[in-house]
Ligand binder design. Structure first.
Ligand code: UD1
Ligand code: UDP
Length: 375
């Protein structure tokens, strides 16, 4: 019997770790699984925990309004320590590139526990983009004992850094596990939030779905993004731009200041996962700076314009379903207009591609870890 501690704290980590929690829980005769949430996010984390019916064994409840990178990182580092030292897991599993994952990995390492990095090996090689996520991911990579790379490109990045090939496993991305299970559930049933959303939005109209929250876009980047959205709304009165606004105050402030009171821009609260998936499926195209949305939208056949200059997820760019437009106003507006008016261009970008996984990543990861431990 081995013991694993699964740690996460933000919305995207929760979505991507949820299928893994379920997969471990199904193997209860071979593995004792405990879940620790740092609650680096509170409301946006709880939305995910509710939907996937996950009751954490430990809830550190760390989120503070306008927290700094320093405070959240230090708090995670300190607060994971007693849990690891009491539970004594064989492995601590962390995900991706957040303050939670890096500080939890460091805390586990200091306490003498092995670290498994889920969604390992994504790189831009640019220290400041995404900030601070690129460095978080590299640091976690140095600390990790096992690396679950979602794609062969990610594995290649780790090999370039000299990581031992025997510790890397190409698993696919668990985000596709979460996505496919939600799409399946949505086939049979609609959640209350979706019904409410359906009443609130005019579903006769075409929808452009928008999300944005990256730190490197704070300030002028967000002003540009909002200006571009305003111009797109003015040019296309027959469509609605729907924007579930991230709860970070540095995002809320410019978005509400610049985009409130425009009749065809709907600023709404963050949606729970199935409602967001439902909205992605209903959208004509998606404009975002989100990492997770870049991975999900190609699986749904939706073109994505990414408001970043560089991406650690090149697979969908190479597949032609994702285009980088940065935060350049003209580029965002012109590419959107081209997608709306040029059917050939739209069709090329809306091919359903699934470069990130097939929905079985979690099961593969559990099998790999159990086999590795039994050897
Ligand atoms: C964090 C991650 C980022 C990830 C993003 C996903 C780090 C350094 N950043 O950025 O990698 O892409 O989450 O969304 O780990 N807030 C709330 N309620 C919530 C969530 C946030 O009020 O449910 C507000 C709080 O005031 C909080 C602030 O947003 O202090 C910032 O949250 P934080 O997790 O530090 O940064 P994010 O920008 O969300
Ligand atoms: N998402 C959600 N509700 C929303 C917006 C996004 O559930 O209102 C989901 C989305 O499907 C994806 C994840 O949140 O799985 C992305 O999170 P975010 O953009 O906050 O972080 P990132 O992926 O950029 O780290």
């Amino acid at each position: 019997m081995i013991k694993v501690l699964i740690v996460f704290g933000t919305r995207p980590e929760a979505i991507k770790m949820a299928p893994l929690v379920k997969a471990f829980q199904q193997r209860e005769k071979e593995v004792e699984t405990k879940v620790c949430v740092t609650a680096q996010h509170r409301q946006m984390l709880d939305q995910v925990l509710d939907f996937f019916a996950i009751s954490p064994d430990y809830d550190l409840d760390l989120m503070r309004d306008k927290q700094s990178l320093h405070s959240i990182t230090a708090n995670v580092l300190m607060n994971i320590k007693p849990i690891v030292e009491e539970f004594k897991p064989d492995y601590v599993l962390v995900h991706g590139d957040t303050a939670t994952s890096t500080a939890a990995a460091l805390s586990a390492f200091y306490s003498g526990c092995k670290v498994v990095h889920i969604e390992a090996g994504l790189r831009t090689w640019n220290k400041y983009a995404p900030f601070p996520e690129e460095m978080n991911r590299q640091i976690t990579g140095r600390l990790a004992d096992l690396h679950m790379a979602p794609t062969c490109v990610a594995k290649g990045n780790l090999l370039k850094e000299g990581v031992n090939e025997n510790t890397i496993f190409v698993s696919g991305n668990t985000v596709i596990d979460a996505l496919l299970s939600s799409v399946n559930i949505l086939k049979d049933d609609q959640t209350e939030e979706i019904k409410e959303l359906g009443r609130h939005l005019n579903l006769e109209k075409e929808i452009i779905l928008v999300t944005g929250h990256r730190r490197e876009n704070f300030g002028q980047g967000f002003i540009n993004i909002c200006t571009a959205l305003k111009m797109i709304a003015e040019k296309n009165p027959l469509l609605d731009i729907v924007y579930p606004v991230h709860l970070n105050p540095s995002v809320q402030e410019p978005v509400n200041r610049i985009l409130a009171n425009i009749s065809n821009i709907k600023l709404i609260s963050p949606l729970n996962y199935p409602a967001f998936v439902w909205l992605m499926e209903r959208s004509k195209l998606i404009i975002t700076d989100s990492g997770g949305v870049q991975e999900e939208a190609p699986s749904l056949g939706k073109p994505v314009l990414v408001m970043r200059d560089t991406t650690e997820r090149p697979e969908a760019v190479d597949a032609g379903t994702v285009l980088l437009v940065g935060t350049d106003i003209e580029k965002i507006v012109n590419t959107t207009q081209k997608l709306l008016s040029d059917e050939n261009f739209y069709q090329k970008m809306s091919n359903q591609k699934n470069p990130y996984g097939d929905g079985a990543a979690s099961e593969r990861i559990v099998n790999y870890i159990l086999e590795k431990t039994q050897k």
